[in-house]
Design a protein around this ligand. Structure first.
Ligand code: TXD
Length: 313
C-alpha cells in the first residue's frame, strides 16, 4: 500500500516544522513547496538526513514546482507573510490574499482530491478564500486555529493548577483574532468544571492571555510568530483525517446555519475523519458565549469583506 503524500505549501518556520513532525509521526511522504529557490530543497535534504537517526523512512522532497504536489492526500498551507511586532493578523490581508489565490490554483490543478488545512493569516479570511478559489467542497477545506488556541488555554490552566495538560479539556471557538471565544462552560479539569478550581478574576486573566497569546510570542521573537505549536496543531488535524480518527477538534469550518451563521468560516467543533470535515458539532453555549461568538463572527465577516474589496481592485 502506497504511503500517503503530504504537500506543505510554504516551507518557512511552520512548514519546516510540519515536515519534521509528519516524518516523525510516520504520516507519509512529504513534499515541501515554496517560491524561494533552494530553500525547500535544502530543508528536505536536511530532514532526509535525520531519517536514519529518528528511524523514519518518509521520502521528503523540496520543490518550487506545483506539479510535484500531484496526488497529495493532504495539503497544509502556510504560504504568506507572518506578523512582526505591532502588526495585527488583519494587517497581512492584502499580501496574503494575493498569495492564497496563487496557492489555491496550484492545489486545484495538482491535488484536486486533497484535504486542505489552511494556516496562513488572517486565518478565517484566508481559508474562506482558499475554499472559494479551489472550488473544493467544504468537507475538504478547513482552517487551523482552534486546536492551537485551545491548547494555549489548556496550557495556561494546567500551569496555574500544576496539573497535567492531559487533565485539562477546553475549546476556543470563533475567529482566530483577539475576540476569539474561550468556552469556559465546557472547560474541565479532571472532568470537573474549571470554575471549581480557579476564581473568576484569575480565569478572566487566563482567558485574556489566551486571546493575546499569539501577539505575546510575536513580541518576544520580534522576527516572526509562533511555529512549533501551530505546526503541532495542524498535524493533529491531518492525523485525524489520514487515520480516520473522527476526533472532535475546534477548527475553522464553512458554516451553513450552524451556530446561527452561514456563508463564511468560523472556528467551531468539527468531527474530522476520512470524509474530511464530516460534521460541525453543535452544543449549547451560555448566553454570553453565544453573544461573544456572534461578535467574533461579525469581525470575520468584516475581514472577508475587506479582503473582497482588496481583491476587486
Ligand atoms: O493559528 C494560526 N493559524 C496562525 C497562523 C499561527 C501562527 C502563524 N500563522 C500564520 O502562518 C502566519 O501569520 C503566516 O501567515 C503563516 C506562516 O507562518 P510562518 O511562521 O511559517 O511564516 P514564514 O516562516 O515566513 O513562512 C512563510 C513561507 C515563506 O517561506 C515564504 O517564502 C512562503 O511562505 N511564501 C510562499 N509559498 C508559496 N507560494 C507563495 N506565493 C509564497 N509567498 C511566500
Amino acid at each position: 500500500m502506497a504511503r500517503n503524500k503530504i504537500a506543505l505549501i510554504g516551507a518557512g518556520n511552520i512548514g519546516g516544522t510540519l515536515a519534521h513532525l509528519a516524518a516523525i509521526e510516520g504520516l507519509g511522504d512529504v513534499v515541501l513547496f515554496d517560491v524561494v529557490e533552494g530553500m525547500p530543497q535544502g530543508k528536505a535534504l536536511d530532514l532526509m538526513e535525520a531519517g536514519p537517526i529518528q528511524a523514519f523512512d518518509a521520502e521528503i522532497t523540496g520543490t518550487n514546482d506545483y506539479a510535484d504536489i500531484a496526488g497529495a492526500d493532504v495539503c497544509i498551507v502556510t504560504a504568506g507573510l507572518a506578523r512582526k511586532p505591532g502588526m495585527s493578523r488583519d494587517d497581512l490581508l492584502g499580501t496574503n490574499s494575493k498569495i492564497m489565490t496563487q496557492v489555491a490554483a496550484g492545489i486545484r490543478e495538482n491535488a484536486p482530491d486533497s484535504f486542505v488545512i489552511v494556516i496562513s493569516n488572517p486565518l478565517d479570511a484566508m481559508v474562506t478564500l482558499c475554499k472559494r478559489e479551489t472550488g473544493f467542497a467544504k468537507s475538504h477545506v478547513v482552517g487551523m486555529a482552534g486546536v492551537l488556541d485551545s491548547a494555549r488555554y489548556r496550557s495556561f490552566i494546567a500551569a496555574e493548577l500544576k496539573v497535567s495538560v492531559e487533565s485539562v479539556q477546553a475549546m476556543v471557538l470563533g475567529g482566530h483574532g483577539d475576540d476569539m471565544v474561550p468556552i469556559r462552560s465546557s472547560c474541565t479539569v479532571g472532568g470537573a468544571p474549571v470554575a471549581k478550581f480557579i476564581a473568576e478574576a484569575r480565569l478572566l486573566e487566563i482567558e485574556e492571555r489566551t486571546r493575546k497569546a499569539g501577539g505575546e510570542i510575536v513580541g518576544l521573537l520580534k522576527t516572526g510568530s509562533a511555529f512549533y505549536s501551530p505546526a503541532t496543531a495542524a498535524i493533529r488535524m491531518a492525523k485525524s483525517y489520514l487515520r480516520d480518527k473522527k476526533e472532535i477538534l475546534p477548527a475553522a469550518a464553512y458554516l451553513e446555519g450552524e451556530y446561527g451563521h452561514s456563508g463564511f468560516y468560523l472556528g467551531v467543533p468539527c468531527r474530522i475523519g476520512a470524509g474530511g470535515l464530516e460534521e460541525v458539532v453543535e452544543f449549547a453555549l451560555t448566553e454570553q458565549e453565544a453573544k461573544d461568538l456572534d461578535v467574533s463572527a461579525a469581525h470575520v465577516q468584516e475581514t472577508v469583506a475587506a479582503m473582497d474589496k482588496i481583491l476587486a481592485q
